[in-house]
Design a protein around this ligand. Structure first.
Ligand code: PLP
Length: 400
């Protein structure tokens, strides 16, 4: 069996045991709410992960690109929500994907698009399933739950024999701006209230609304009530990352993906080790620092994810609150990627780095700030299960 000691770096590593635990925990969270899980595969983009995430569920998934839709349809997934606002130019490709009975559910918040959907569905000899996108505070796609436009769009969809009005969909992306469980709970309540209100308005107007779809990882983790919601679409929860640690969605021990890198040298001041993982291997996303000041471009551990310097480099206690910027918890900062160039990363530490213990060729593992973006840099996961032995290679979908 190949080992993490042998493969070319940088490489993306996935801990199978953590992945399956994260999936089981989310399934157990949804169960008492009686809400279906339609996991978002934008993070994983991988059929093997999708099969684990949908096991015991109804089988529906969410995607963020048509390339993902085609990839997952090719792996037998037949109920797919494409959760990015549709443009008419993509409808030919959607119709093609639906030829074998797959449903690729579409999203719009625009009445002119609803009209184009009706015309194109008839011309293409297909039926498009449509959700109206609702903004519940994220200020991205969607209209307000109380907007006049909502009923106009929904009615236009419902009136077309070539369209099927499935319901309403929202994603409270503002859940990422609010560290801590209490704030996430409040966003989850706002997300639920907004999307349920939109559904009630449709029904009061005599329109069908079987699907009331919501969710992000922080709101799915922290929601106390999901009454009226029919499905949740978290995606990042399968892997988690340092951003989710900072938000209080998980602990560092729940992060399932890491980047394997090699030490390629030391800076001449003797303070920093260089690795072959820079912005293209880790991404330049520094979002976790908003909640965990000082984690830089990722926390660095040894080949097995243990602290580099023997200190508690990975905070093992549940870090529900971010360390204050003025007195950063040494645990977070014992070893981190402080700076990146395209193919270089600089390991720095609050405590002296044991550079003699990090000779050129030493392998380290870096926990990412934002797993969705970091994973997007790779063609495959090197799957391990608590050791450095690679138990599987799982490909990822790429493209748009
Ligand atoms: N639904 C939509 C529309 C999204 O855009 C996203 C993520 O961007 C999700 C669900 C999943 O949220 P998360 O990444 O927090 O799991």
């Amino acid at each position: 069996m190949p080992s993490l000691r042998d493969i070319r770096t940088p490489a993306l590593v996935l801990e199978r045991g953590i992945l399956t635990r994260n999936i089981a925990v989310m399934a157990a969270r949804m169960q008492p709410h009686g809400v279906a899980l339609r996991p978002h595969l934008k993070t994983a983009k991988c059929a093997q992960v999708a099969k684990l995430a949908t096991a015991g569920q109804f089988g529906g998934i969410t995607v963020s690109t048509l390339a993902e839709a085609a990839y997952f349809a090719g792996h037998g997934f037949r109920d797919i929500t494409y959760a990015v606002g549709i443009v008419p130019a993509k409808l030919g490709a959607v119709a093609e994907l639906q030829r074998d009975g797959t449903i690729v559910r579409l999203l719009t918040d625009d009445v002119t698009v609803a009209e184009a959907l009706a015309v194109r569905a008839t011309a293409l000899g297909t039926t498009f399933h449509v959700c109206v996108e609702i903004d519940t505070g994220g200020q991205r796609g969607g209209g307000a739950p109380e907007s006049d436009a909502l009923l106009g769009i929904a009615r236009r969809v419902h009136e077309s024999p070539a369209l099927c009005l499935d319901g309403v969909l929202t994603h409270a992306g503002q859940s990422y701006a609010t560290p801590g469980a209490e704030a996430a709970r409040a966003v989850a309540a706002t997300e639920r209230a907004g999307v349920v209100r939109a559904a009630e308005r449709l029904r009061a107007a005599g329109l069908p609304c079987p699907v009331v779809s919501a969710g992000s990882t922080p709101t799915a983790v922290h929601a106390t009530s999901l009454a009226g919601v029919t499905e949740m679409r978290p995606g990042n929860f399968m892997f988690f990352d340092l951003t989710q640690v900072g938000l209080g969605s998980c602990t560092v021990n729940d992060v399932a993906v890491s980047v394997l890198a090699s030490v390629i040298g030391h800076t001449s001041d003797g303070n920093r080790a260089l690795v072959d993982a820079g912005s293209l291997a880790l991404s330049a996303d520094t979002s976790a620092n908003a909640h965990l000041p000082g984690v830089g471009f990722g926390i660095v551990g040894d080949l097995w994810g243990r602290p580099l310097d023997g200190a508690a480099a990975f905070p093992l206690a549940s870090p529900r609150t971010a360390p204050p910027a003025a007195s950063p918890a040494p645990g977070y900062l014992a070893a981190r990627i402080a700076r990146v160039h395209q193919e270089h990363g600089f390991i720095e530490s609050m405590t002296p780095l044991p550079l003699d213990a990090l000779p050129v060729g030493t392998r380290v593992r870096i926990l990412p700030n934002h797993a969705c973006i970091t994973a997007a840099m790779y063609d495959a996961y090197h799957v391990v299960d608590g050791s450095d032995e690679i138990v599987a290679l799982w490909p990822r979908a790429r493209g748009w």
